[in-house]
Design a protein around this ligand. Sequence first.
Ligand code: CAA
Length: 259
Amino acid sequence: MNNVTLSIENEVAVVTIDRPKSLNALNSETLAELGEVFSDIEKRKDVKVLILTGSGEKAFVAGADISEMVNASPAEGRTMALLAAESFAKLENMPQVTIAAVNGFALGGGCEISMACDIRVASENAKFGQPECGLGILPGFGGTQRLPRLVGKGRAKELIFTCDMIDAQEAYRIGLANKVVPQAELLDYCKKMAAKIISNGSYAVSLAKAAINTGLDTDLASGLKFEADAFGLSFSTYDKKEGMTAFLEKRKEKNFKDF
Ligand code: CAA
């Protein structure tokens, strides 16, 4: 891989987008590499949480690669958007929990890939925005769909139409960032959050993730039906017996087996 690195430790995969000279901008090669890494991780049993970040201290991802797009045809633009849609869908729907460690600029495709993650933790210097309309295009890696789902229609429209860049605190205020931490503590904070998630029943967490994602894409009655089915399924697991028995025995340590 030329533009993406992967390291795995303590059941946590850290995926780093590594094109610092162009502020980790997403070209087609990087999108394809991310798709490969996500396909690999979604099948792995030794990874429970994925942390996605950018290399360097300035940028998470400064967007899709403008130098690749400048001469691209409409068909090529569409192909790029479909490539991103496929790769981001894997990220969004993998059974593992995904955390974006937003370590700087998260603009255009950068904001969009962070929104395909379950949770966004921002460093104090992070900046979010959808500057596409200022380039004569519109968000094409999911921004018109995921941003309104996260922050509401009015705020999403304002951000997309004005191309305003917002800082980490404002992103936190509107619900785009879950938490803001100093940059030096960002990865450690995300790893601690990952450890907390991993200490719970991982199969239950992945069922909860599937229920939330499915429910947000459907009507309430269908979402509640999915939840009831998943809830019932969780009663068949070793972890349900262990978690509830530990509670009744007033035992803090739980020996979850993730099934
Ligand atoms: N694509 C390609 N190259 C990029 C890039 C991008 N999205 N963002 C930054 N770079 C490159 C710059 O061209 C520059 O390269 P050179 O050193 O070769 O000149 C290098 O990264 C450093 O950038 P700057 O000199 O501009 O750094 P700065 O500190 O002055 O500004 C910035 C930082 C505000 C993030 C600015 O780089 C910027 O505005 N970048 C573009 C942001 C943007 O418009 N993103 C949206 C892209 S479109 C999109 O993403 C579509 C979609 O929906 C998928």
